[in-house]
Unconditional design. Structure first.
Ligand code: ZN
Length: 152
């Protein structure tokens, strides 16, 4: 199913899904959010330690397909030290990228490995699910996020 992804991107995604970074609960988290993608069965909890508007630490737990797990792993690696505003701006860029396949912004960095996901519409929700959850977490929203309620 990954035939159209470049080998490099595929390797990065497989590496992160096999050895996810920040894959642990943070006991001192002051923000948590759950995300669920019923179409694929992906479900994750994001834990964040926020100091004002800044993410000091972030981790996640849960299970799902390779794309959702790699997305959560790279997301947590990318978002440490970012502000709430920066998180939302990156969400918009990632959302744009996984739905159009266009990488317009150098800031996207290693998140660019998900650009190929747009060729697999059913997988877009997998890639974006952890992003919905992290936005809910930084906004302090309590109710679980499901990709059924979000317009992708
Ligand atoms: Zn999935």
């Amino acid at each position: 199913m990954f035939d159209d992804l470049t080998d490099l991107y595929q390797q990065v995604i497989l590496d992160h899904s096999k050895s996810p970074r920040n894959f642990h609960k943070l006991e001192n988290a002051n923000r948590t959010a759950q995300g669920h993608n019923p179409l694929c069965g992906d479900h994750y909890t994001i834990y964040a330690v926020m100091d004002g508007d800044v993410i000091k630490d972030i981790g996640f737990q849960g299970a799902g397909c390779a794309i959702s797990k790699a997305s959560a792993s790279i997301l947590t690696d990318t978002l440490k030290g970012k502000t709430k505003t920066e998180v939302k701006a990156l969400f918009d860029k990632v959302h744009d990228m996984v739905t159009t396949g266009k990488v317009n912004d150098g800031e996207i960095g290693k998140l660019a490995v998900f650009a190929g996901v747009h060729k697999f519409p059913a997988r877009v929700k997998c890639a974006i699910l952890p992003w919905h959850a992290v936005v809910a977490a930084v906004e302090g929203r309590q109710e679980p996020v499901t990709t059924e309620k979000e317009d992708t």
